[in-house]
Design a protein. Structure first.
Length: 432
């Protein structure tokens, strides 16, 4: 009997290691069909999930109902599983180098409970070769077992888009690969039990790793081009979004837009690829240039605000600015690698007093990660400039009158993503 059948018939158990934005939805989806062990090292998060609460605030309580899942931090309980899915984060450090500590830590955990005949599938985004060259040796060392002979390994990159209620886990085609033909087929069969959109079998683990990492690298480079164009158009005195609207009337024009590029994927994944390229003696010019451009956009936007406030005759060191939004994207609570922090830091370097509000983020988390707190609500205070940095749905309800009521005379509205472009008639207005 195939492992997918044994899991579906609950003769064996599946374990998910790491229950964050990626791991928890996977665990809950498999728990509809199989017996699942959800493992995380954070006891507080595990307790929340046991009570039907998603610590990431993405999934409703009903998604936990009627699921065959046991949440735990106990290594002993992991020994009951035969199919392991590793879904831990793969961040970068302060030098933009891959930080594999969570991934290798998870590999150590699995290695301690690995048995003959087990499968280990990695979902974390990595550079091509990482699974077999970095993770497998840890599994072998801790388990005392031999790769391909005693246990099989695969790779199936996550494609979860936080906050997206349309492109959910089951509705996105899954890419999967194994260390040999037999394991690839088995892994595809396991995922096909929950993925409605189907599973694409990649020819090798390296191909699957590379496919994932170029998805976000491609977006990063295209957004970087739009950001560079926005700098040029700003000097020309024309609105970037009006240019893109006109150009978009051609059937094959690619619709990318300027903006802050952060988060756990687009702002991180390209660095994994350029790191591997450097190991091979190749300098990735286009990818590195794109990263440099996108990382510069926060400080650039802040400096434009400073220039425009000064142009109204105000003392910038006595000015106050409201920043609306602190997460890396709209309608989520995720603050990982948010580039809004670079806007705030740059403004403060000019002596500007900055208030930051977010409709979703935790002030404590923002304070711990970036060193500033969020104001609990936007009150009737007069600001010299307002920056709409993240398009949370609550902010989209604001009218020109609402903004005016929060501004000093000649106040500036900065609309980073251009969503208010057709709604603002009288205010001093600027967008990327």
């Amino acid at each position: 009997m195939k492992i997918s059948e044994r899991l579906s018939q609950k003769q064996e158990k599946l374990a998910v290691i790491g229950l964050g934005y990626v791991g928890l939805p996977i665990a809950l989806e498999f728990a509809k069909k199989s017996s699942v062990i959800g493992f995380d090292i954070n006891q507080e998060r595990v307790e929340m999930m046991r009570n039907g609460i998603d610590p990431s605030k993405e999934l409703p309580k009903e998604d936990f109902e009627d699921r065959d899942i046991h949440f735990t931090t106990d290594l002993e309980e992991l020994k009951e599983a035969t199919f392991f899915i590793v879904a831990v984060p793969t961040p970068i450090d302060e030098h933009h180098l891959p930080d594999l500590k969570p991934l290798l830590g998870a590999s150590t955990t699995v290695g301690k409970v690995l048995k003959k005949g087990d499968y280990v599938v990695y979902e974390s985004t990595v550079y091509p070769g990482c699974t077999e060259e970095d993770c497998v040796p840890v599994l072998e060392k801790l388990s005392g077992l031999k790769f391909k002979v005693d246990f099989k390994v695969g790779y199936s990159p996550e494609r979860i888009n936080p906050g997206d209620k349309e492109h959910t886990l089951t509705k996105i085609v899954k890419v999967a690969a194994g260390c040999d033909e037999e394991s690839a087929t088995e892994i595809v069969n396991v995922y096909q039990t929950v993925i409605e959109a189907g599973v694409h079998k990649a020819s090798s683990i390296k191909v699957a790793e590379a496919a994932k990492i170029i998805e976000n690298t491609q977006r990063d480079v295209n957004i970087a081009l739009m950001n560079e164009l926005s700098l040029i158009f700003n000097k020309l005195g024309i609105n970037t979004y009006e240019v893109l609207e006109a150009a978009g009337t051609k059937w094959n024009f690619l619709n990318f837009f300027p903006g802050l590029v952060g988060g756990h994927c687009i702002g991180v994944d390209p660095y994994y690829l350029t790191y591997k390229a450097r190991e091979l003696g190749f300098h990735a010019k286009i990818i590195n240039s794109g990263r440099a451009m996108n990382d510069s956009m926060g400080p650039y936007a802040a400096r434009q605000v400073v220039k425009k406030v000064i142009a109204t005759g105000k003392d910038i060191a006595k000015s106050t600015v409201l920043v609306m939004g602190a997460t890396f994207k709209e309608n989520v609570s995720d603050i990982r690698n948010s580039k809004v922090s670079s806007v705030v830091e740059e403004l403060k370097s000019f002596g500007v007093s900055v208030d930051v509000h977010d409709a979703f983020a935790s002030s404590d988390e923002v304070k711990e990660e970036y060193g500033f707190e969020l104001i609990p609500q936007i009150i009737d205070k007069k600001y010299d400039a307002i920056i709409v940095a993240v398009n949370h749905r609550q902010y989209l309800e604001y009218t020109e009158k609402d903004f005016k009521n929060l501004m000093t005379e000649n106040g500036l509205l900065v609309d980073l993503k251009g969503v208010f472009r057709d709604k603002i008639k009288d205010l001093n207005y600027w967008s990327l």
